[in-house]
Ligand binder design. Structure first.
Ligand SMILES: [Mg+2]
Length: 119
């Protein structure tokens, strides 16, 4: 997926509806949180097996995909509003995480990086 293509479509969509005026950092952050809540609602009170079973149904898979897309949409729009290159930011964060979680210390561990010790 090319994030710039998604961003172009989102800008066109919002411009046609004169919605850019509402796309402030605060509004987009709150919208993002709301969509994360909608995604969480689909899995709350269910076991992991229940969620996997839900994802195997057509309606469940569509609902899960829709909410993930909503989360991603607002994340892309928020980054755009803040002038953040999301593609670059994601790669930079993966690089940072690779330093924080060296393979020799983190492999097979669910410990936070502060608890991993030193190589
Ligand atoms: Mg939604």
């Amino acid at each position: 997926m090319d994030i710039s293509d998604v961003l172009t479509r989102l800008r066109t969509f919002a411009d046609a509806r004169d919605w850019q005026q509402f796309h402030t950092p605060r509004n987009l952050t709150l919208a993002l949180v709301g969509e994360v809540g909608e995604l969480a609602e689909l899995v709350q009170w269910r076991t992991d097996d229940d969620v996997l079973a839900l994802a195997r149904t057509e309606a469940g898979r569509e609902a899960l995909a829709d909410e993930r897309a909503d989360v991603f949409t607002y994340l892309v729009e928020l980054a755009d509003t803040l002038g953040i290159d999301l593609d670059r930011a994601v790669h930079a964060k993966i690089d940072k995480n690779a330093v924080k979680y060296p393979v020799e210390l983190a492999r097979g561990s669910n410990a936070k990086y502060t608890e991993l010790g030193t190589p």
